[in-house]
Design a protein around this ligand. Sequence first.
Ligand code: PRP
Length: 218
Amino acid sequence: MSLKIALTKGRVERKVIPLLERAGIDCEPLKNKKRKLIIQTNDGKLEFILAKGPDVTTYLNAGVVDVGIVGSDILEEQQNEQYELLDLEVGKCQFVLASTAVFDVNSPERKIIGTKYPIITKKYFESLGQDVEIVKIEGSVELAPLIGLADAIVDITETGTTLRENNLYVFDYLNKVSTRLVVNRMSLKQHSQEIFTLVDNLKKAVFEKNEVRGEKTR
Ligand code: PRP
């Protein structure tokens, strides 16, 4: 039986594929998947299930997949204790508080904050001793302060391009984010050998990738 891996589709998927290849996994079927959502490697050992980030943990909790590959932003927001085995060190980004130049984080008025991450946002403002109104947004969060929906946003940024191109500024840096490999505890008992082989190979791949990068910058 194949090891079932829920892989977050989109950005995480694109960043993780080179790492999977470096770990010796044949990713051709994954790269040529077109609109298919379940993809088996040619040797039949792995089955990738392409899912939205928040659904990866739903599948894990339900025990219908063995392994999940998902951003730490999702894990943190869900406050859902997953068994994390490896930081894949790709898909690196950072939570920021951002807005237009006129925003004043210290103003005494109750602020409206737009975000895809209400729990993280609430915790952050609680740490500042501020009670804010949070508006949950599903995407293009940067629009919120631009069209008058919110005073500021809490969102993730990778290159900073979206903020720059929309004349938004960073007012504070919150947690860093990267892609994690998490497992279903029951699967770890049932498929321990396959899972630890996968984790060991990926660990080596992460190490090698960092080595190559180090050599280039040395
Ligand atoms: C994320 C995030 C920002 C963007 C930042 O959105 O919410 O909008 O990436 O990336 P950058 O700093 O490299 O410009 P995503 O692309 O996941 O899509 P979304 O806007 O639909 O949430």
